[in-house]
Design a protein around this ligand. Structure first.
Ligand code: SF4
Ligand code: SF4
Ligand code: SF4
Length: 263
């Protein structure tokens, strides 16, 4: 059975055009990997993937750096060395900025000084998908908001629609700014938007997200629709927050900020 490039890339939840390495062999390498993602019998599946960030486990700068470096390395995220051009899939910000309405002077000691780990929320009701004129951004059946770089025309409507700043635009060719190339993941090109993909390429191989793997328990990933999943169990035991819940995008990322464990 033949399958078009567009089809298998969409099924894999990633794309390889709008990517770097004009060499044909790398394109074919990416194609082969995409097919492999599709056909892997070991692939992890869910009705709705979700992430829990347990901020109690992030205690040192190294705890944050480890998850960011791991993600950015395996996804060839460039480092332009300035905020204006910054491309990020996972990053941090202050508690005050992330949860502006939750800050008060009676929070447990240390909570409001803590930084939060941020990434795309893979919203259940994603405004970025609604505004994309080319369907380059789309929601998969498992809840992951994925992107087909090949279809991205760089209009940045999705960036304007995302209330979380989760998307980055490649104003310049990112390839010279990749510190250490990870050959198993495609690079992107100038004029393309990108963001966290909940590691679809790893899920397809039966692996969890890379940031989760190196987080020492600070990040928990699983199926929100399964009451037996680790994410559901932890959410049933601890009070959690979602960013800007009042906007109705229904984020799939939950934050445990600390305090009374039975709250
Ligand atoms: S966080 Fe932003 S980019 Fe991610 S799904 Fe929600 S609206 Fe879209
Ligand atoms: S920048 Fe790309 S992904 Fe975003 S809305 Fe435009 S075409 Fe869609
Ligand atoms: S889930 Fe994957 S893509 Fe998203 S921040 Fe973690 S490592 Fe990066």
């Amino acid at each position: 059975m033949s399958i078009s490039r567009r089809d298998f890339l969409k099924l894999a939840g990633i794309s390889s055009l709008g990517i770097g390495f004009s060499a044909t062999d790398l394109l074919w390498k990416n194609r082969a990997e995409a097919v492999e993602y599709m056909s892997s019998p070991k692939g992890l599946t869910a009705k709705r993937w979700a992430m829990v960030v347990d901020l109690r486990k992030f205690k040192t700068e190294e705890d944050y750096k480890r998850v960011i470096d791991a993600c950015h390395y395996i996804h060839n995220v460039p480092d332009f060395g300035n905020l204006k051009d910054e491309v990020k899939w996972i990053w941090t910000d202050t508690f005050e900025h992330v949860f502006p309405f939750q800050k008060n002077e009676y929070l447990p000691e240390g909570v409001q000084e803590k930084k939060a780990v941020l990434f795309c929320n893979h919203c259940d009701n994603p405004p970025c998908v609604r505004v994309c004129p080319t369907q380059a951004t789309f929601k998969r059946k498992d809840g992951i908001v994925a992107q087909d770089y090949h279809r991205c025309i760089g209009c940045r409507f999705c960036m304007a629609a995302c209330p979380f700043g989760s998307r980055s635009f490649n104003w310049r060719d990112p390839r010279p700014f990749i510190k250490r190339l990870y050959p198993k993941f495609p690079t992107r090109t100038k004029g393309v938007v990108e963001k966290c993909n909940f590691c679809v390429e790893r899920l397809a191989k039966g692996l969890g997200p890379k940031c989760v793997e190196v987080s020492n328990g600070g990040l928990i990933f699983g199926d929100l629709s399964d009451p037996e999943s680790e994410v559901r169990k932890i959410l049933s035991k601890h009070y959690s927050l979602r960013r800007k819940a009042e906007l109705g995008t229904r984020p799939s990322v939950f934050y445990i900020i600390g305090g009374d464990e039975d709250a």
